[in-house]
Design a protein around this ligand. Structure first.
Ligand SMILES: [Zn+2]
Ligand SMILES: [Zn+2]
Ligand SMILES: [Zn+2]
Ligand SMILES: [Zn+2]
Length: 452
């Protein structure tokens, strides 16, 4: 079925039992009731424009009703396997596009997540509201970010009432960061956002960082205005000087200053078309950025040569040890970690020792960061077994039996997919099933056949 036909649904559909449809209808009505005459006119204009490029993905404000059952296609036997395969294939293709060679990446990252808490975030063009969706994605983003960047630290800054507001201190503990944005009522959107104030606040919280770590600002921006006390281009110059990388995910439309901030600092700028695209844009910022081969201001030569850096592996105190004060919170606790240089007690790793400034990491964290530097090579889809003299009967990862006859591929599912469900490691020549292929590349980051 063609998606354009499903754009407008007759009113008789709205009363249907499907909750998605009825919520959509309700949303639409409330926003229409709220919208002033001007807003309505704009809306209609955009809708007309949208029809001209009907084949493309609609913007969130264009899509009246989502008919999720139209996007899933059944095969001739009425099963959904084809749709699922297509979904996996899309993930595979994306990964094949990613560079397999080792590139230099920053693994010690410092990120300030700037959340727009202005009244523009109450807009309902993304369901349920931009604000609720942003909070939900921010939580998922933080969890995933720490999973992939165990040596990183995140701070959270909010923008509302024309001010920057510190919501969460820079921390290497995902629980601390999640807790900072967990209380929704404390983050209630109001007033105007101020890009300059928020960026200045984020910049100040990263000014003390050593040169080997990355400094990044990721802004989720729903507004179309910014209310700044001074010239924001001065702030941009300061960020360039401090080598801060700014990335922005805009929820409304592109603004010149946002584009400039990202382009000049080497970040990524994107405008979210709809809920799914918003998440994609945000999650694309999770893998560590490739290190830029530009000469640092102040340092001699290009930073292509490696710098050595000091790290300490702390000693973990058992839970039964006598309670003592920690240097980070001044709380009496039994458990904790001892800085190997000054023997100060800290609560969490990774962190910088509050006494001597040594970077304290645990060795598993360091090892987990390693896979970004040496990614597992993508497995090749096996198209036929003619060239394999003695094919294995079972998956090398999970011992599930492979099918003998090639499956018929549906539509776009053919690309990057093996009709036999076999994916071969280019190093060890072992065959893996689809699930193991995805699991190895997305979770394990190490081939079980060859250990590479
Ligand atoms: Zn503490
Ligand atoms: Zn120390
Ligand atoms: Zn398997
Ligand atoms: Zn292998």
């Amino acid at each position: 079925m063609a998606p354009p036909a499903g754009r407008r649904v007759g009113d008789d559909f709205v009363d249907d039992s499907d909750s998605d449809v009825s919520i959509t209808g309700l949303d639409d009505e409330t926003s229409r009731a709220k919208a002033k005459g001007k807003g309505k006119a704009i809306d209609r204009n955009k809708k007309d424009k949208g029809k001209a490029k009907a084949k493309e993905q609609p913007y969130a404000w264009e899509a009246s009703y989502s008919r999720s059952w139209d996007t899933v296609q059944e095969d001739e036997r009425g099963r959904l396997e084809g749709a699922v395969q297509d979904w996996i294939a899309r993930g595979r293709r994306r990964r094949l596009l990613a560079p397999a060679a080792a590139i230099r990446r920053t693994i010690i990252r410092h990120l300030v997540l700037v959340l727009d808490l202005s009244s523009a975030m109450l807009d309902r063009d993304m369901r349920p509201t931009r604000f609720d969706l942003m909070l939900q994605y921010a939580r998922e983003f933080i969890t995933e970010w720490f999973d992939q960047n165990p040596l990183g630290q995140i701070g959270v800054v909010g923008m509302r009432g024309g001010l920057g507001e510190r919501i969460g201190e820079m921390s290497g503990n995902p629980q601390d960061v999640l807790k900072a944005i967990s209380e929704r009522h404390k983050l209630e959107p109001t007033g105007e956002p101020s890009l300059q104030n928020a960026i200045e606040m984020a910049r100040a919280s990263m000014s003390h960082l050593p040169t080997h770590s990355s400094r990044e600002i990721t802004i989720i921006f729903g507004s179309l205005t910014t209310c700044d006390p001074g010239n924001i281009h001065d702030t941009l110059d300061e960020c360039l000087k401090d080598r801060i990388r700014i990335s922005i995910v805009a929820l409304a439309a592109e603004m010149k200053i946002c584009r400039d901030l990202c382009a000049k600092t080497g970040g990524v700028f994107g405008v979210a078309l709809n809920e799914g695209h918003f998440k994609d844009l945000l999650f694309e910022l999770i893998p560590p950025p490739a290190q830029r081969a530009v000469a640092r201001p102040g340092a001699q030569g290009a930073n292509l040569a490696a710098d050595l850096m000091i790290m300490g592996f702390p000693m973990r105190l058992p839970d039964t040890s006598p309670p003592s004060l920690c240097v980070c919170h001044s709380q009496m606790k039994s458990e904790g970690f001892l800085c190997p240089r000054c023997l100060a007690k800290v609560c969490d790793v990774p962190t910088d020792c509050d006494i001597c400034g040594l970077m304290i990491v645990s060795s598993p964290h360091l090892a987990r960061s390693y896979h970004h530097l040496f990614p597992v090579k993508p497995y090749a889809a096996v198209m036929s077994l003619e060239e394999t003299p003695d094919p294995s009967k079972r998956c090398h990862g999970c011992s599930v039996a492979f099918r003998d006859t090639p499956a018929t591929m549906l539509g776009a599912a053919g690309e990057g997919m093996s009709p036999l469900g076999r994916y071969r490691c280019p190093e060890c020549q072992n065959d893996f099933c689809t699930e193991c292929d995805v699991f190895v590349h997305d979770v394990v980051h190490c081939c079980p056949g060859c250990g590479k």
